[in-house]
Each structure stands twice: as structure tokens, then as C-alpha cells.
Ligand binder design. Structure first.
Ligand code: 8YV
Length: 317
């Protein structure tokens, strides 16, 4: 009999789904009509959970899965999994470490350029026929140069470093903040986020959200100022979204490029309405290349755990 796997999030790469289905009996939680009842009846048979970074798994669900041998997160963020609880249970929680670094950094730079060069507003201007109606060069305001902008990176992990490498290629001076300075990073470390924002033209959020919530608030946004841009490719809850919406509406910051939000898929009206905000639907890792690589890591992690080995990508065991 094949081991039972509970999948909490759709996987978009057919080869990964095929490989999962060939090896395991896969139960798609998101397709089960009565998930609570189903869990009561079948929870004890589940040996592996496959979930997304943003979805994680509620602790109450973990408690209903006594035979569980691994939580394989198809992502790098593990803030939606109770790692301490899993550690206490000796349960490996794995992530797809390194698989999505380049794509997330690419999107961060893409969002920053989109925000400061008004790419989406320009696209709408052409697409909606407004250019023909307003052919004079001043119909669209001048934008801002990205090359050479002072970039402040919040979280100098894999993604932060990849953003730094890209921004450096655009001639951007870089400074960063994190829980502590990193010996192997040459860019200046700034312990205080307000101070980092004050001397930055753009703040790029790349931090894990396990221990940080609402760290980008009105004080940070005001330090960034009316010529500053905010980019978030990490987690929505790093930002106080009400403060951000107010700062955007009042022009207290210049603009934002956002891939993540506090309560996805709900995005505050003030952000959706503003031309100075470029929005994405949590897509930073959503390329064929990255999702296939992530899927292979998930398959490896589940296989290792069910073979009784410590998964190479375990963060808790
Ligand atoms: C994914 C993510 O959208 O890696 C993460 O933590 O949030 C994203 O890469 C998600 O995990 C896809 O399943």
C-alpha cells in the first residue's frame, strides 16, 4: 500500500504532481468537501504533509496527524508552521532552500523598476488609448531613475544577497539591516530600520517573518520619505498595511512594489487604487524553472523522511 500524503496547496508543475501520485496516495485537502470530518476519519493514516510557504499548517491540524513523519513546505517561508512544536515532536519541517532565490530577487528588482519608472501606469496609458488622446510629451509625468538609487535591504539572507548583487550591478550603493551583522557581507550594516530607511531611496523587504511583524510602520515609511520606494517580496505582515496605505494615499512615500500582503488574496483598496503602487499576486517564485526545482526538493524531502532518514532540508531535526 502506498503511503498517504496530505497536500494542502495546489502544485502547478504536472511532473511534480505525477511523481507524487506515482509514489503516494495523495489527498488534496483543498478539494475535500468536508475537511474536518475527513481529518477525523483519515488523519491517523497521513505520513506526510505537502504545503505552501504562505499556507503552512495549523497546529490544530498537526495534532490530528499522529503518524506524520514530515511537513514538506513547497517554499522557503516557514512562518506559518509552529516550528517549536514540530521540533518538540521530532518532526522534520523541510523548505526548498535555495531553489527560489534568483526568481524572488529578479521580481524584487522588477517591482522596484516598475514602481520608480511607472511601468504599469505607462502600460495602462498606452493600452487604454490615452496616448492617442493625449499625445503631448507632458501627458505622463517624469519618472525616477533606478540606477544608482541607494538601496536598503531588510533581511540579508539568500534573497537579500541576491537582491544586493543585482542592485550593485545597477550601480546602487547598498546598506542592510538584519538581526545581526553578517561577517561575509561587505555592505554596511545598519542596526536600526528607521536609520536605514532615512538614508535609502528604496527599501527592499527580504526578511523571514517568523520573528518580525509590522516592522515597517509609519515611522519607517516617514523616514523613507516622499522620494522613497518600498518593495516587499517577503511577507505582507512585515508591513503595517494601514500605515502603508495611509503613506501612499498622502504621498508620504513615492511608491511601492508589492508581491505579498497581510491577508492574501485581499489587498487594501487604497493600495489597489493608487497608480504609484505596482501589485503582484504573490508570484515571486512562480516560474516553471523555480517551481519545478522546488517540487523536486519536496519530493526528495518526503522520500527521505518516509525512508526513515533525516531530510537534508529539515529545519527542525
Ligand atoms: C510560494 C512562498 O508562493 O517560498 C515561500 O515561502 O511564499 C512562495 O514561494 C509558495 O510557497 C508556493 O507554494
Amino acid at each position: 500500500m502506498k503511503p498517504n500524503v496530505l497536500q494542502l496547496n495546489p502544485i502547478l508543475v504536472p511532473e511534480v504532481n505525477d511523481a507524487l501520485a506515482a509514489r503516494y496516495t495523495v489527498h488534496k485537502h483543498f478539494e475535500i468537501a468536508e475537511p474536518e470530518e475527513w481529518l477525523r476519519a483519515h488523519g491517523a493514516s497521513i505520513e506526510a504533509v505537502v504545503t505552501g510557504g504562505h499556507t503552512g499548517i495549523p497546529r490544530a491540524m498537526l495534532e490530528r496527524l499522529p503518524a506524520l513523519k514530515v511537513v514538506a513546505v513547497n517554499g522557503v517561508g516557514t512562518d506559518a508552521v509552529d516550528l517549536d512544536y514540530c521540533r518538540g515532536r521530532g518532526l522534520p519541517v523541510t523548505a526548498t532552500l535555495g531553489a527560489l532565490t534568483e526568481d524572488v530577487a529578479d521580481l524584487a528588482i522588477g517591482l522596484l523598476i516598475a514602481a520608480c519608472r511607472d511601468l504599469c501606469a505607462g502600460d495602462r496609458f498606452v493600452r487604454d488609448g490615452l496616448w492617442e488622446a493625449n499625445p503631448q510629451p507632458g501627458a505622463l509625468p517624469l519618472a525616477r531613475r533606478f540606477s544608482g538609487m541607494r538601496v536598503g535591504i531588510v533581511g540579508m539572507g539568500r534573497v537579500g544577497r541576491a537582491v544586493a548583487a543585482r542592485a550593485a550591478a545597477f550601480g546602487c550603493p547598498i546598506r542592510y539591516t538584519d538581526l545581526r551583522p553578517m561577517d561575509d557581507v561587505a555592505h554596511p550594516f545598519v542596526p536600526d530600520l528607521v536609520a536605514l530607511a532615512r538614508d535609502a531611496d528604496a527599501l527592499v523587504l527580504c526578511a523571514a517573518a517568523d520573528r518580525a511583524e509590522g516592522i515597517v510602520d509609519a515611522a519607517v515609511l516617514d523616514a523613507l520619505g516622499p522620494r522613497g520606494f518600498l518593495v516587499n517580496v517577503a511577507r505582507g505582515r512585515l508591513v503595517n498595511e494601514d500605515d502603508l496605505a495611509a503613506a501612499i494615499a498622502a504621498g508620504r512615500i513615492a511608491g511601492a512594489g508589492l508581491d505579498v500582503f497581510v491577508d492574501e488574496p485581499r489587498v487594501p483598496e487604497a493600495l489597489r487604487r493608487s497608480d504609484r503602487v505596482t501589485l503582484q499576486a504573490h508570484r515571486a517564485s512562480a516560474t516553471w524553472e523555480t517551481r519545478a526545482a522546488m517540487g523536486r526538493m519536496v519530493l526528495d524531502s518526503v522520500a527521505q523522511a518516509l525512508a526513515g532518514e533525516r531530510p537534508a532540508m529539515s529545519l527542525t531535526t
